[in-house]
Design a protein around this ligand. Structure first.
Ligand code: TYD
Length: 229
């Protein structure tokens, strides 16, 4: 594989979220920050590299995961139950879809991943980071995205965008304080792992944001498709 080549940005920065030939991208942000606007474009852009591209989401991504998503978004439950269901869905997702795709050299673009759990269940709900780390170690065994695009937007602006867009689910009904905590937790994640994240200002235009992402994918060597097979 050419991952050791100096032309490969991931090798250069030493950032690899797994030892597999595929590429793993995640997209994050508080509800209303704008990530969904870019997902289809991102997938199409990556497909131009010739690599197989899979777009998936969390919670969800498998038949069982999508059923768990329905519960998570609409049923009343305790916060620990919420955390465990998020990881139950993720366990299925990683074992059934993400790891096999990365193993065959595909690019996986995931709409939310474990950073969402740190942000929502950790920051928003106030659950201990240590619990999340433990579940992460058990379920993921070190698997993490190669690159994470974080759409950042002040919580009040995001709330106005959400109100205009759709009916609120269980998370979206939370108050501004909750989303301030979620946003702050995302910021802490960026500080803990600055090489993995690209933080994007959700107030920038769609075109500017896409240009920044396209640039970043190229710089990071994420579009190369000599993935060892
Ligand atoms: P979201 O991805 O924003 O989907 P949509 O654009 O259809 O609303 O919604 C998923 C919700 O799930 C979001 O509010 C955040 C929440 N969530 C968690 O609380 N923890 C997690 O680990 C994940 C993956 C999502």
């Amino acid at each position: 594989m050419n991952d050791a080549s100096p032309a490969n940005g991931l090798a250069r920065t030493g950032v690899r979220g797994h030892g597999l030939p595929g590429r793993f991208l995640s997209v994050e942000g508080i509800d209303g920050a704008g990530k969904s606007t870019h997902l289809d474009w991102l997938a199409e852009h990556c497909r131009q590299s010739g690599r197989e591209v899979i777009v998936t989401r969390e919670p969800g991504g498998t038949p069982l995961g999508e059923r768990l998503r329905e519960l998570l978004l609409h049923e009343t439950m305790g916060v620990q139950t919420e955390l465990l269901l998020v990881f139950a869905a993720r366990c299925e997702h990683v074992n059934e879809l993400i790891r096999p795709a990365l193993t065959r050299g595909a690019m996986v673009i995931c709409d939310r991943f474990t950073d969402s759990t740190h942000a929502y269940q950790g920051g928003g709900r106030g659950l201990k980071a240590g619990w999340i780390d433990q579940l992460e170690a058990v379920v993921l065994g070190g698997l993490r995205p190669d690159r994470t695009y974080l759409f950042d937007l002040p919580a009040d602006i995001a709330a106005r965008r959400r109100a205009a867009a759709r009916e609120a689910d269980r998370f979206e009904q939370e108050d501004l304080d909750f989303f301030e905590r979620v946003r702050a937790a995302y910021s802490r994640r960026v500080s803990q792992d600055p090489e993995r994240f690209l933080r994007l200002d959700g107030r920038e235009t769609v075109d500017t944001l896409r240009a920044r992402i396209a640039d970043d994918l190229a710089t990071q060597g994420l579009l190369g498709h000599n993935a060892g097979h």
